[in-house]
Write a protein that binds this ligand. Structure first.
Ligand SMILES: Cc1ncc(COP(=O)(O)O)c(C=O)c1O
Length: 430
């Protein structure tokens, strides 16, 4: 197909034998301007459906999209209908794979659409999903309250606790086939880490009679794709809320799933039927955001370190959960050094006191916005126990370290001294 032949030239990843870096490729990878009147930027293909040049072509496109026959040599999927494929989604997916070194990828209407579509692609009634806690409240709700209604059980384990995963797998195995081990590392909101390579090794030992082993999927929203790349540590799939750092401006909701072509294929089929893909404009906005991703994530991480150090020295602050401040003898530090290349810019801290003190701090902020979400250009703060994680039962919150005195902050790209000035005056109100 001409479209794909031409796009291949725009998938060049080398220059004079030198591998181009992802930040360079974000400006044009996968897009051929000559197919769109020379437009430097990819247009928004705001269309629900695509014209076939002939009935035979339409038939061939459908055969391939619905897996009715094998792909022929040199044959690429054709454009059919925007629930199945769309140029904005395809080019975005090509670019997203670059940071994580993934073979293939898919984008979704939200992070939750990515997570639920992916879990439903691999778990069947009678199966068990083992997952790390704390985990984003929406994911917890899916695993704890929705999937059991479809006969899919779940066994959580506490991130950052030695032997907890092994114990959870022991508990899970008599209950059914462990279809997936789902990690959120660092965990929202405590930044607790799970060793991805060790998890992949354990999963490799759990083959069933048909040679299937649990899929290791990692929600990489907090540090990815810049500061942690789970596929390089043995994960099978990496999941994203692209709403956060990748979108980066608090103006889109989207998600992603990356991995091998073999594992992405069933997720693609599930996404087509559930209809959990994003719209073309969302994909276009995400491509625009990807161009500045490294700049934004680098700037906000630098500021976050200043803010974390300021908080750690403040008398009204009890504890700071910033990955860049892990103690030398903390076993989490060894995991951090092995699998992360930076601490990111979202972390929690506890004030002395409880909910009342945390609320006083949040209500006194003047520049930093009191809002959930993270990874945007603007700094945001929230109260995990009563907001993002309010659907986690209180006894589970207590067990996994989400306390009433905890505040989560996502540091943006403002001047760090302005953020610190705001945090300082808000702490004075505590
Ligand atoms: C770690 C993590 N994963 C997934 C999600 C869900 O993403 P979305 O809101 O895009 O559905 C969130 C949202 O806050 C999150 O923090």
């Amino acid at each position: 197909m001409a479209r794909e032949k031409d796009r291949k030239a725009y998938r060049e990843r080398e220059l004079n034998g030198q591998e181009l870096r992802p930040e360079t490729l974000m400006m044009g990878y996968g897009y051929d301007p000559s197919l769109s009147e020379g437009s430097v930027k990819i247009p928004i293909f705001q269309t629900s459906t695509f014209v076939f040049r002939s009935a035979e072509e339409g038939k061939a496109f459908f055969e391939l999209a619905y897996g009715l026959r094998e792909q022929r040599p040199q044959e690429e999927p054709g454009l059919i209908y925007s629930r199945i494929n769309n140029p904005d989604l395809e080019v975005l997916e090509d670019r997203l794979t670059l940071w994580d070194g993934a073979e293939d990828g898919l984008v979704f209407a939200s992070g939750m659409a990515a997570i639920s579509t992916t879990v439903l692609s691999f778990a069947r009634p009678g199966d068990v999903v083992v997952y790390s806690e704390p985990i984003y409240g929406g994911t917890e709700f899916l695993l704890d309250r929705i999937l059991p209604q479809f006969g899919i059980a779940r066994v959580p384990f506490r991130a950052g606790v030695e032997g907890a995963l092994e114990a959870a797998l022991e508990e899970a195995r008599p209950r059914g086939r462990v279809a997936m081990i789902l990690l959120e590392t660092p965990a929202n909101p405590t930044n607790a880490l799970v060793d991805i390579a060790a998890t992949a090794k354990l999963a490799g030992r759990l083959k069933d009679g048909q040679g299937r082993r649990p899929i290791v999927a990692v929600d990489n929203t907090f540090l990815g794709p810049l500061w942690q790349q789970p596929l390089r540590h043995g994960a099978d799939l990496v999941l994203y809320s692209l709403t956060k750092y990748v979108g980066g401006h608090s103006d889109v909701i989207a998600g992603g799933c990356l991995g091998s072509q073999e594992l992405i294929a069933p997720v693609r089929g599930m996404r087509t039927i559930l209809g959990t893909m994003p719209d073309p404009f969302t994909a276009w906005l995400l491509m625009r955001s990807l161009e500045t991703l490294k700049l934004r994530m680098t700037a906000s991480m630098k500021s976050a370190r200043y803010v974390a150090e300021f908080l750690a020295d403040h008398p009204k602050v009890k504890r700071v959960f910033f990955l860049g401040l892990l103690a030398e003898d903390d076993p989490q530090r060894a995991i951090y050094q092995r699998q992360c290349s930076g601490p990111g810019s979202t972390f929690s801290f506890e004030v002395h006191g409880g909910e009342a003190e945390a609320f006083r701090f949040l209500n006194a902020l003047r520049h930093v916005k009191l809002a959930v979400s993270l990874g945007g250009t603007e700094s945001l703060a929230e109260h995990p126990a009563t907001m993002t994680h309010s659907d986690v039962p209180p006894e589970v919150q207590a067990k996994i370290g989400i306390t009433p005195a905890m505040v989560r902050i996502s540091v943006g790209v403002e001047h760090p001294e302005d953020i610190i000035a705001d945090v300082a005056q808000a702490l004075a109100a505590v």
